[in-house]
Design a protein around this ligand. Sequence first.
Ligand SMILES: Cc1ncc(COP(=O)(O)O)c(CN[C@@H]2CONC2=O)c1O
Length: 489
Amino acid sequence: MFRKSSSQLAAYINPRVVQAQYAVRGLIPMRADELKARLDAGETLPFKELVYCNIGNPQALQQQPLTFNRQVMSLVDSPTLLENDAIVAQFPADVVARAKEYLKNINGMTGAYTDSIGYKWAREAIAQFIARRDGTESPDSRNICLTDGASSGVRLIMQLLIEGAKDGVLIPIPQYPLYTAQIALLGGASAMYYLDEAKRWDLHVEDLLKCNASLAATGATPRLLVVINPGNPTGQVLTKETMEGVVRYCHDNDVMLLADEVYQENIYGDRPFESFRKVVLGMPAPYNNTPCISLHSTSKGIIGECGRRGGYFEMLNVPKEQKEQLLKLCSINLCSNVNGQVMTALMCTPPAEGGESYARFRDEYDGIFASLKGRAEALAKELNGIEGITCNAVDGAMYAFPQIRLPAKYVARNEDLNKSAGTKIAADARWALELLEETGIVVVPGSGFLQQEGTFHFRTTILPPAEQMQSMTSSIRAFQTKINKNFAN
Ligand SMILES: Cc1ncc(COP(=O)(O)O)c(CN[C@@H]2CONC2=O)c1O
């Protein structure tokens, strides 16, 4: 049997991979990278720099890491430094003590595999963090699993529950595209519940029941309900009343609740964050027995350590059989990365008041929070001041998701451009592409998060430093004003 030449072999690709999309690093950011390469090569473009507002990557936009965490991490990563008194003398005492504590727990071997669900000591630190945050009993640390960021937690949980098209996942629209991508990769069925832009992007529990019907119509059963609180891209913070309605839905319909709470520290508006775990435990029987898996991450909040790939999920009321299978899935990956585990433990255990590092930590933490809050408020205000753009307040998370009112002539032109180029670019993707080409501003079109039919949005982060944000909103204003004028109906 002669082997076919490489040119004859059709490069087979799993069609599910082709179907999966992830707009946060899709068409617009890829085009931005091409433009950046041209700028770097000395070419003259209509702008001098790219402003990457497509990804919630704080430290890529000049946010500083928290010193305490980095100091502890450096000593844990290189324990021999602790044998050098001159080096030790350069670190605050509570940093040295914390590093020694962690190294003792790790037996000094930070290069070794850990338990499949992560270091026991790190999981116990997370359990204590959860108890302090919620004012409840400490969860059993065996119900906590450290992950390579929340993304890998989502993947594991979806693998547990989604075999194929008969298994349905309820997702919010607009949604963070990790979810539709993972559902596509598993061949699952998705049912969309639309967030209400006119009501601060709130969700309506009755829409969840409509999802049941849409899944039933295809022979699928709802297995998982995803709630992102605070919301990405929409920035809403749910009320306790809404959350209780969600819990009742999950209990009554035997659906696992996946509470994506990676932005739980990014709260800027009048609505406080309450964890789904706390809401479930505060409800009367039988609702306090509702299964709920909560996600957290070192990528967001104030810590912003995205590249460390730290995070965890906590299983509340999850049946033993499901827990065992989920933990088996974790074992197949052997363990999450050690730096991410250490960083997650540090996120959950800040320096104690009275310690040498406390004042600096507090100052850094409060400074970053105040800056994020200020930028969130300023950005929504500026965007609302642009004709043709309206934006809900950014109550939480790291993004604004304004609606753009595109003139009919602009939408029609986009259809003509698609026809002549054989492309299928959505009107708001065309808007984002042209904004990029003219200004260097990189945003993600609302179509990348899905949205109500006939509406157009874009998502920008609140992360550019204040002075850069000012010029960014001025450029968006000029760009939109030109569209309003040139395509006036
Ligand atoms: C709601 C939500 N869940 C999970 C994740 C994954 O985070 P990990 O880094 O812990 O895997 C993100 C990342 N946010 C993406 C990345 O930056 N911009 C975004 O929209 C997110 O926004």
